[in-house]
Design a protein around this ligand. Structure first.
Ligand code: CA
Length: 731
């Protein structure tokens, strides 16, 4: 089937709802507004699909419940579908209808969109796909050709959480900081802009752009490295910048970019945060509110993480870890709420935000809800930012509670780690992270994955000794001790365990209605449906459905790869589908990606289908005999510190990886010989392993290799000992 035929098919689908006239009107208005600006643009097909406007998004729940038009399913981002064909009676008849392999071992985190019969989604390296949502046939793909070396600037992988469709365009933001508009029909480039203000800093984009009110909104990441956060609104048609809002103050010797920066600057005291970066990146959630015509930004942690170094004179450090409400047309601030004043723990407030109409203490309110990393669940009035609730939803040790009268958390003085390392909950992974939540309005319950991943926070040794901290270009600048993390935690006989749960939480009462203990931490996002089902994929590779009232598991399907993405559901030609992206380098022992490796794949289910996926062989996790250890004990220790300062973020703490980036204990003898060429020479730059010659000398790299060898030897000997023991005890 050609693209054109597919285009007709797609238009015919929406014509069933009488939508052709609406689409034509939208197109006409759009053209009339911008006619003078479109002359130099590529010709856009006369067959239109993906003609989404604000009206269509607002009415989607009523007019086209089978679509999935935006990242969070509507402006409110509630991720609740009214479809009921898949329900508690039929869920056990779900089978695979089609799959699409993405040829990646990296985490696949995106929410697919389904518009006019076409599914749009992103894979790693921001490669965008348009496929027929009935059968997965590829209509087009667009590879923005993100340079391989960009992977070095990404704290957390070459990931993408999705794209946006609006006015006949697909909007894609790339890891290397570009915002791209493509034609929905052909996938051809319409425009591309560079969103990055300072190319000398390590900015990246992993979040899905949001669209509304004629504009595209995009932030960025990079706060671990040291950048200054901001969000930009671009004209959706032309790519022209409309406004830009900075989230933290810059160099105090320069004028403020906008008045809100004067307010913010008063809360940063002493120190030279702007040299390190400041942070406050908006790397995930940006939500448009059609009722108030507001844009809400979820703002991240500071650079560095430690407030004693970032702002030694104290202060709240606005707008770190805040929810900021802006006027959608001007970018002027309406209100803000700071979840973690003077953040000291990487407690971003970038997690998904949800807009809900809710009766609170007998008053009908339009509220915003968020469960940021810090462990408290916030219910905020969108009119003025008033805090209504802030119950703990997970294990929290850094604060006792949030005082509703002041709106501020009451910190636990034992957990400031200024002098001594402290195990603190939540850790930097958060009690909940970017993984999607789903809201059941009838039950008043939020479904989402949480985790208990304690972290041993410590000030950097260099700072404790000298009182100084110096920014390191092209490296993490958290000013929290990562280099010695492995050595510090190995000193504990029984370091606290990490755990993961899937919960149903009542934001008003603070009660957890039910909690499912999962086998591993770090699981997928949620989807709730009117079929009385809640769906979630998990680290064990299971796509599961739960009963919303009890949390009883009613269905599971093994997809043999750890899952972090959220499921979506849609309907076409009277049939309901369930779609999920698999793939995550989870390194928990016995997680699916640990056992089988990580498989990037889109899997779509429907009732009565009987397709299958190949059952992968178990990953060979035998550690080969490593080369001889030639370094001294001191070399190994120093290699350990350098490894955990830089390499561990991709290759795993303790050189223990899980089916994503390579486990270096298993390096071949050829790779050992090429080690300098890879690490300093950039031999595998195109695969994402750029040169680290700017950070590490030849001698340093050899010390890192010696540490890897020592670790491989130790773990190989331990594994062999287990085999020996089994042989002895087995008759
Ligand atoms: Ca962070």
């Amino acid at each position: 089937m050609s693209i054109n035929q597919r285009g007709r098919t797609s238009v015919a689908i929406v014509a069933g709802a009488g939508a052709v006239a609406i689409l034509a009107a939208v197109w006409f208005n759009w053209d009339a507004d911008v006619a003078t600006k479109t002359l130099d643009m590529p010709e856009i097909s006369t067959l239109q699909f993906g003609m989404i406007d604000d009206e269509r998004i607002r009415n989607a729940a009523r007019d086209e419940p089978g679509s999935w038009l935006t990242y969070g399913h509507g402006f409110e981002e509630q991720r609740f579908s009214s479809l009921t064909q898949i329900n508690q009676e039929t869920v056990n008849e779900l089978g695979i209808v089609w799959t699409k392999d993405l040829d990646t071992v990296h985490a696949v985190e995106a929410t697919p969109l389904v518009v006019d019969g076409v599914m749009y989604f992103t894979s790693t390296w921001n490669v965008a796909f348009a496929v027929d949502a009935r059968n997965g046939d590829e209509i087009w793909r667009y590879d923005p050709e993100v340079p391989g070396k960009t992977a070095r600037d990404a704290c957390c992988g070459i990931i993408s959480r999705g794209l946006a469709v609006y006015m006949g365009r697909v909007y894609l933001a790339t890891l290397d900081g570009r915002l791209i508009a493509l034609d929905t029909v052909s996938g051809s480039l319409v425009w591309e802009v560079d969103t990055i203000i300072d190319r000398s800093r390590n900015y990246t984009i992993t979040g899905a752009p949001r669209v509304a009110a004629g504009k595209v909104y995009i932030g960025n990441g990079g706060a671990e490295y040291g950048v200054r956060g901001y969000v930009t609104a671009y004209d959706a048609n032309t790519g022209d910048q409309v406004w830009r809002f900075f989230t933290v103050p810059g160099d105090p010797s320069l004028p403020f970019e906008h008045p809100e920066m004067a307010t913010a600057a008063e809360t940063w005291k002493g120190g030279e945060w702007w040299k390190i970066g400041g942070g406050g990146t908006v790397w995930n959630s940006i939500v448009y509110d059609p009722y108030f015509d507001s844009i809400y930004l979820g703002v991240g942690n500071g650079t560095p993480w430690t407030r004693a170094i970032r702002s030694p004179g104290g202060g709240d450090n606005l707008f770190l870890a805040s929810i900021v409400a802006l006027d959608a047309d001007t970018g002027a601030m309406k209100w803000y709420y700071q979840t973690t004043p003077g953040d000291n723990w990487d407690y971003t407030a970038v997690q998904d935000m949800m807009l809900v109409d809710l009766s609170v203490d007998g008053v009908d309110r339009k509220v915003l809800m968020q469960a940021p990393k810090n462990g408290f669940f916030y219910v905020i009035d969108r009119q003025d930012g008033q805090l209504l609730r802030a119950h703990a939803y997970g294990a929290v040790t850094w604060a006792s509670h949030v005082d509703l009268a002041t709106g501020r958390p009451v910190e636990n003085p034992d957990t400031v780690y200024a002098e001594n390392p402290q195990w603190i909950l939540p850790g930097p992974s958060g009690a909940h992270n970017w993984q999607a939540m789903a809201w059941d309005a009838d039950r008043g319950l939020m479904f989402f994955p949480i985790q208990e991943m304690p972290f041993l926070y410590a000030m950097p040794e260099e700072y404790l000794e000298t009182g100084l901290y110096k920014r390191r270009p092209n490296a993490w600048n958290t000013a929290v001790e990562f280099g010695r993390y492995n050595q510090m935690t190995e000193a504990f006989e029984e370091p606290p365990e990490s755990k993961g749960y899937f919960i149903a939480f009542d934001p008003l009462s603070g009660e957890t209605a039910w909690s499912v203990a999962l086998e591993h931490p770090w699981n997928g996002g949620a989807l709730a449906t009117a079929g009385d089902l809640v769906f979630q994929g998990n680290a064990s590779g299971l796509m599961a459905a739960y009963a919303p009232d009890s949390g009883t598991e009613v269905w599971r399907y093994n997809l043999y790869s750890s899952i972090v993405a959220p499921p979506i559901t849609y309907a076409l030609d009277g049939e309901q589908y369930l779609a999920i992206l698999t793939g995550s380098g989870n390194n928990a022992i016995d997680s699916a990606s640990y056992k089988y490796g990580s498989t990037g794949r889109l899997v779509v289910f429907k009732v009565g289908a009987n397709g299958t996926i190949p059952v992968p062989p178990l990953r060979d996790i035998t550690i080969p005999e490593p080369p001889a250890l030639t370094g001294s004990a001191d070399d190994v220790d120093r290699g350990d510190v350098m490894y955990h300062d830089v390499c561990a973020f991709c290759h795993g703490f303790g050189v223990h990886s899980g089916g994503g980036p390579p486990d270096l204990r298993m390096l071949s003898s050829e790779s050992h010989e090429l080690f300098q060429a890879i690490v300093r020479g950039g031999l595998y730059q195109d695969r994402g392993m750029a040169s680290y010659a700017d950070l590490y000398s030849t001698e340093d790299v050899e010390r890192i290799r010696q540490y890897i060898i020592s670790r491989a030897k130790r773990d190989r000997d331990a594994a062999l000992a287990v085999v020996d023991e089994a042989n002895v005890t087995t008759p």
